[in-house]
Design a binder for this molecule. Structure first.
Ligand code: PMV
Length: 342
């Protein structure tokens, strides 16, 4: 085969129990659980050509433009993990990638982009070795984790667990496992409306954020809470207790940002409008008893989580009460992904 191409679509995900703090080669200090999204995804295509040499060469284009920063990140990843990528030798790779969500939405995209890249690399391996067996998703999760921890969870639909925890016998720090089979049907209907408070790049990257957990005075208690919340959430995912789900999701979001506020040096990624939205959501829930809650990623944008049964009412609440706090009234309506994107 002189020339061939592969492609993959992989979604972003939103963690309910958060991964924050790592050790060794991208190993998590506590387990995490996320919803896999469907509309926020990365689509990657790789055009491969034999170059009759012993090396590989790559050229990366993001949304039609050169992206030296991302190209460097991919090259570093491939060099650091070269024992898994021997099959690339002798190929020129033109990698073309784009996101389904707006460029400047402030949405972290490494989970989607790195897992889409890994899925393409595994497809190249199959093409080179003329292997027709289905893709090994555990391997995809493992290799995605080495690129970006949270990317390990993006390869499975519905929900995924990354990190060893006592009640899930096949759970591992090395890769994520799917939770689809244990999840109560209500969670398969969940919406995630992402309220874009700011579209600016974060002032402190997740890489730096993770490293500030080393030696953090509250680190051990944070990891213990996250381990407990993982077990609590696994129970909730089975029994569909939405009130307990809300308690865990909001406590985890706030604790993530507390870690930032109490690190050395301290920093803050939430903005006044993040807090305005949180307050409005809590008041609305109290008044209406609608089980809508918020979570936060490492940034100021608010993810509103709610079951499909309440979609119309929550959408109306967003329009009437929350868009005023968003940059350019921007909100991205996403839903949990129920099928595998390959
Ligand atoms: O995968 P990273 O290194 O970008 O870290 C992600 C950290 C959080 O998004 C804040 C939490 C999580 O579990 O996704």
């Amino acid at each position: 085969m002189n020339e061939f191409s592969v492609s993959a679509i992989s979604p972003s995900n939103i963690a309910i129990v958060k991964y924050w703090g790592k050790h060794g080669n991208q190993l998590p200090n506590n387990p995490s659980i996320s919803f896999t999204l469907s509309r926020c995804h990365t689509e990657t295509q790789v055009f491969c050509k034999n170059n009759n040499s012993d090396n590989y060469k790559l050229h990366f284009l993001f949304e039609g433009k050169e992206s030296p920063k991302f190209q460097e990140k991919i090259e570093k990843y491939l060099v650091e993990n070269q024992q898994y990528f021997g099959f690339l030798r002798g190929l020129d790779l033109e990698i073309v990638s784009s996101n389904s969500f707006p460029h400047s939405s402030g949405i972290a995209s490494s989970a989607a982009s790195m897992s889409a890249l890994v899925l393409c690399l595994l497809k190249i391996e199959k093409a080179v070795n003329q292997d027709v067996t289905p893709l090994d998703m555990q391997k995809a999760s493992f290799l995605s984790r080495l690129a970006s921890g949270s990317a390990s969870r993006s390869v499975y639909p519905v929900m995924a667990l990354w990190g060893a925890t006592p009640s899930v016998s096949n759970s591992s720090d090395d890769y994520a496992v799917p939770l689809e089979d244990i999840v109560h049907p209500v969670f398969k209907t969940y919406h995630d409306s992402i309220l874009i408070v700011s579209n600016k790049e974060k002032s402190v990257s997740s890489r730096v954020g993770h490293s500030l957990m080393n030696g953090h005075p509250l680190a051990e208690s944070r990891y213990a809470t996250a381990r407990k919340n993982t077990e609590r959430l696994l129970e909730v995912l089975k029994n569909g207790d939405l009130s307990e789900f809300i308690d865990i999701a909001e406590a985890e979001a706030l604790q993530l940002h507390e870690m930032m506020a109490t690190s050395t040096p301290p920093y803050k990624l939430v903005e006044p409008n993040t807090l305005n939205i949180i307050e409005a959501v809590r008041n609305y829930r109290q008044e209406t008893k609608i089980p809508v809650c918020f979570t936060l990623d490492a940034g100021p944008n608010v993810h509103l989580l709610y079951p499909d049964a309440d979609d119309a009412r929550v959408k109306n609440f967003i329009k009437e009460n929350l868009l005023q706090y968003c940059h350019d009234n921007q909100c991205i309506d996403d839903v949990v992904q129920n099928k595998t994107n390959l």
